[in-house]
Write a protein that binds this ligand. Structure first.
Ligand SMILES: CC(C)(COP(=O)(O)OP(=O)(O)OC[C@H]1O[C@@H](n2cnc3c(N)ncnc32)[C@H](O)[C@@H]1OP(=O)(O)O)[C@@H](O)C(=O)NCCC(=O)NCCS
Length: 153
């Protein structure tokens, strides 16, 4: 199993992207032999799981920064997943989140995945993940406004 280090929303963990926006270091993971596929590289599903976790931490960070209420969120979509380069055992992998879009009930985060391979930084994967804020009403999950019930879009 990989070991995930989850950081809370401190500004000193934000870096500026090449596009000028802030990106947020959501998690950092050391890739372990148990995460490999039969070819000896890291199994894509392991990365997808970390991308979901990183997207969710980044979405909570954005919601906290905006001072919107803390609400239950669920993953509704994972799009534009691209595996550019293989990830190797021993890579120290950083998952960076940046805000892509906020809708009425949803928030979309772009996750960039970078591997530190013996000092060399390799951009290995990217994806977009969308979460919806929900409330349980009579056993059914219903989307609710992400800014809170009293806020206009
Ligand atoms: C999340 C859920 C409550 C949304 O219900 P729904 O009836 O599809 O809701 P809506 O059609 O009103 O869409 C709600 C928001 O999600 C967005 N959305 C819906 N499907 C989407 C998709 N595939 N990708 C991106 N956004 C999507 C809509 O654009 C809308 O955003 P907005 O309000 O900001 O404009 C429902 O789909 C659900 O419970 N899914 C399971 C979630 C889950 O269990 N995830 C864990 C993974 S196992």
């Amino acid at each position: 199993m990989s070991r995930a280090l989850i950081y809370n929303g401190r500004m000193d963990l934000c870096k500026t992207t090449s596009l000028g926006g802030d990106r947020f270091l959501a998690i950092k993971v050391v890739m372990m032999p148990a995460d490999t596929n039969p070819h000896g590289t890291i199994f894509g599903g392991v990365l997808l799981s970390h991308i979901d976790l990183a997207g969710s931490v980044s979405a909570q960070h954005e919601i906290h920064q905006a001072k919107w209420p803390r609400q239950q969120m669920v993953l509704v979509g994972m799009d534009r997943v691209e595996f550019h380069r293989p990830v190797l055992v021993g890579d120290i992998v950083s998952f960076w989140g940046s805000l892509k879009r906020v809708g009425r009930t949803s928030i979309t985060i772009h996750v960039d995945v970078e591997a530190d391979r013996k000092g060399e930084l390799v951009h290995v994967t990217e994806a977009e993940v969308t979460y919806v804020t929900v409330e349980l009403v009579d056993g059914v999950r219903l989307p609710v406004p992400i800014r809170g019930q009293n806020q206009q879009h």
